[in-house]
Design a protein around this ligand. Structure first.
Ligand SMILES: Cc1cc2nc3c(=O)[nH]c(=O)nc-3n(C[C@H](O)[C@H](O)[C@H](O)COP(=O)(O)OP(=O)(O)OC[C@H]3O[C@@H](n4cnc5c(N)ncnc54)[C@H](O)[C@@H]3O)c2cc1C
Length: 405
């Protein structure tokens, strides 16, 4: 296309190759195609890929981010985006992909102003959001599943909820194709193609060379397999998803029971309402376990025992419930917990969009613009914390304070 594709001439139309069809790759490809670029997307497939972090039955969607103004603002923009997608996709999906069932945050003991919950509550109040403080008596009245004596304080944010992640990914991929993106499944990038210090495409497992003005590597927890130079900055970690079954599904669905977090910054545990079939997901947003490429994705018995012990103290009826499935899902963990969306400053032609660090899916409606900005060289449209950086450099402020260490 252009003689110098990486010049800062944002108006230039580019030939872009997106490697990876998760939420980063799909939203990036869609936005770039809508901006007029020629876009191809490759993924080993099928799409949504069963092992992708983005392929999941449910993800929390919240703007509750402690006192972090950047994620809070992005979260509020994303909420508006999810509501738009609900209108746009209701017919094709057969209902909403985003369920604004609220988000219930509980604390063990009084909710201190310095805590993640206390800071998030204050930040929402300051923005005039209709958050509601709920004490032990009110919790017991409204949500009798909870040990109100153990979790006497916290609040409900009605402007939050959960997304049917797999459903949303299916709709996104339908839009990606409709926008004219050439989607090649059964294709995995195995090496970057470089010429004269510039990345000009990828070599695929099928021994194809796919050339492009700009190559966007958006392969999540697999990123360092294709860009090993990023190994000091990011790694794959494994995190448990546990699926229990309850008999009385209605009692575990809104308005009786919605998405929740139990002293999450200290325990890491959170969960979702039941589905009509009675299955109910519990997960943990904490340190996780190292997950080398190709390692088995099994949840250990020790983790299952930890979950049951936690539930016995939190949602006792779930602690005894049958466990119907477990899944070890992979985060692409950056050293500072912030996303990675930028051009490689040393190799023109390469953009990396990854580093979800266990909390990127909720931002799906606002990720594409940032990825397109990286491709087009509009760096000022990308928050500094997401730009190319090093663990030896200044650590960007802020983090996902909901994550237990
Ligand atoms: C257990 C768990 C729970 C989570 N809960 C939440 C939540 O509640 N809320 C929230 O906001 N976020 C949550 N997240 C985080 C969120 O899911 C991720 O940040 C996000 O989905 C990452 O998207 P991605 O596109 O980077 O990667 P992925 O979704 O993993 O997609 C990567 C894609 O790249 C493809 N690929 C891999 N290698 C190659 C290759 N060589 N060539 C071509 N394609 C390739 C894969 O097939 C895949 O389709 C959670 C994550 C996990 C693991």
């Amino acid at each position: 296309m252009k003689t110098d594709p990486m010049s800062d001439d944002a108006a230039a139309l580019l030939d872009v190759l997106v490697v990876g069809g998760g939420v980063f790759g799909a939203t990036g490809a869609l936005t770039l195609a809508r901006r007029g670029h020629r876009v191809r997307l490759i993924d080993p497939g099928p799409l949504p890929h069963p092992l992708a972090a983005s392929t999941d039955r449910s993800k929390v969607v919240r703007a509750d981010y402690g006192d972090d103004p950047v994620y809070t603002a992005m979260g509020l923009d994303a909420l508006a985006g999810w509501r738009r997608w609900n209108m746009r996709w209701a017919e094709a999906h057969g209902g909403p992909v985003y369920h604004e069932d609220g988000f219930l945050l509980r604390t063990r003991g009084p909710m201190s102003p310095e805590s993640f919950e206390g800071q998030s509550y204050a930040a929402s109040k300051a923005r005039g959001l209709p958050v509601e403080r709920i004490d032990a008596a009110e919790l017991a009245r409204r949500h009798p599943q909870w040990r109100a004596d153990v979790y006497p304080d916290g609040y409900l944010n009605p402007q939050a909820g959960w997304a049917d992640a797999e459903g949303a990914m299916k709709q996104l991929h339908r839009e990606v194709k409709a926008a004219g993106v050439e989607v090649l499944t059964d294709e995995a990038g195995i090496a970057l193609l470089e010429e004269g210090g510039r990345v000009v495409g990828v070599l695929t497992a099928e021994a194809q060379t796919l050339r492009a003005d700009v190559t966007v590597v958006a392969i999540g927890s697999w990123t360092t397999a294709l860009v090993p130079e990023l190994t000091p900055m990011m790694r794959a970690t494994g995190h448990p998803n546990l699926l229990f079954r309850v008999d009385d599904a209605a009692a575990w669905r809104p308005p009786h029971f919605g998405p929740w977090a139990a002293d999450i910054a200290r325990t890491g545990w959170y969960g979702f309402p039941a589905k009509a079939d009675g299955t109910i997901k519990v997960a943990r947003h904490a340190a996780g376990v190292p997950l080398p490429h190709g390692a088995p994705r099994t949840v250990s018995d020790a983790t299952i025992a930890e979950a049951r012990a936690f539930l016995a103290d939190t949602l006792p009826a779930l602690a005894e419930a049958p466990l119907v499935a477990t899944r070890l899902c992979a985060y692409c963990d950056t050293f500072d917990g912030h996303f990675w969306i930028d051009r490689d400053p040393t190799r023109p032609g390469l953009v990396v969009a990854a580093g979800g660090s266990g909390h990127a899916f909720k931002f799906a409606p606002v990720l594409g613009d940032r990825i397109a900005a990286a491709v087009e060289g509009r760096r000022d449209a990308i928050e500094p914390r997401f730009r190319w950086r090093s663990p030896n450099g200044p650590i960007a402020a802020g983090r996902d304070a909901a994550r237990a260490s």
